[in-house]
Design a protein around this ligand. Structure first.
Ligand code: PEP
Length: 263
């Protein structure tokens, strides 16, 4: 039986003092006996703060991105070795924001390619994380244009295939896949639970084909995209949805703790 997992993606939010206060509230609001596995992915600069506060809890800290080389002349980058050293248990890869596929354009169009993560670089990042025994949270999902063109399944299958190239089922069985329709991220639009469930089942079937049955049954598949306390229970009760990747709503301890309780 797969354990439910709820991950908060704090994105570029929270100074150290804000992070510390938010974690203090979360630890008070969420019962330590919860059966749900919980992780927070803060910015690189607050990983250590969150890790220290989680030290005596059952909660995990994760990162939002990684560079695949272990060290060297890669200005501005952080390696999996460094994340391991900070105590990271999870790391997000292939988020639509780092792939450069913004749901709404918040930056000048000419700078989108700065993010430009591809299936190939996502694959390199996953391999670097697995080498350090950090569990990747691989994000996949279609844009609105791809959905409207009827290409949802094809796009996601290609993302999974590219990201998992050369990786064995046994290596990725503790990994996580997050289905995040790009059009639902930060927009307040949630994917209908029946459709989210259908896509997550399709993802599990694709994982069986790309990896193997054993790994596909073990991998947690999360839904992400405007998850809130009001829709979490219905989404998380779908058979192939094993929890959520939560952005905006993870910044408010009360709201996030209600989402965790729904799981
Ligand atoms: C995300 O950033 O992964 C996400 C799902 O964001 P939000 O919950 O704000 O849509």
């Amino acid at each position: 039986m797969r354990k439910k997992l709820v991950v908060g993606n704090w994105k570029m939010n929270m100074t150290r003092s804000e992070a510390s206060a938010a974690i203090e509230s979360l630890l008070l609001l969420i019962e330590p006996t919860t059966e749900v596995e919980l992780a927070i992915c803060p910015t690189y600069l607050t990983i250590e703060t969150v890790a220290q506060q989680f030290r005596r809890s059952r909660f995990h800290v994760g990162a939002q991105d990684v560079f695949w080389m272990p060290s060297g002349a890669f200005t501005g980058s952080v390696s999996a070795v460094m994340l391991k050293d900070m105590g990271c248990h999870f790391c997000i890869v292939g988020h639509s924001e780092t792939r450069g596929r913004f749901g709404k354009l918040e930056i000048p169009e000419s700078t989108v390619s700065y993010f430009a993560e591809t299936d190939e670089t996502v694959n390199l990042k996953i391999k670097a994380l697995l080498f350090q025994s950090i569990h990747p949270i691989l994000c996949v999902g279609e844009t609105l244009a791809e959905r409207e063109a009827g290409r949802t399944d094809e796009v996601i299958q290609a993302q999974l295939k590219g990201a998992l190239q050369g990786i064995e089922g046994a290596e990725f069985r503790d990994g996580v896949v997050a289905y995040e329709p790009v059009w639902a991220i930060g927009t307040g639009k949630t994917c209908d639970s029946a459709e989210a469930s259908r896509v997550c089942s399709m993802i599990r079937k694709a994982l069986t084909d790309i990896l193997d049955e054993d790994a596909a049954q073990a991998i947690r598949i999360l839904y992400g995209g405007s998850v809130k306390s009001g829709n979490a229970e219905e989404l998380f009760s779908q058979p192939d949805i094993d929890g959520g990747l939560v952005g905006g709503a993870s910044l408010v301890a009360e709201e996030f703790s209600k989402i965790v309780r729904s799981a």
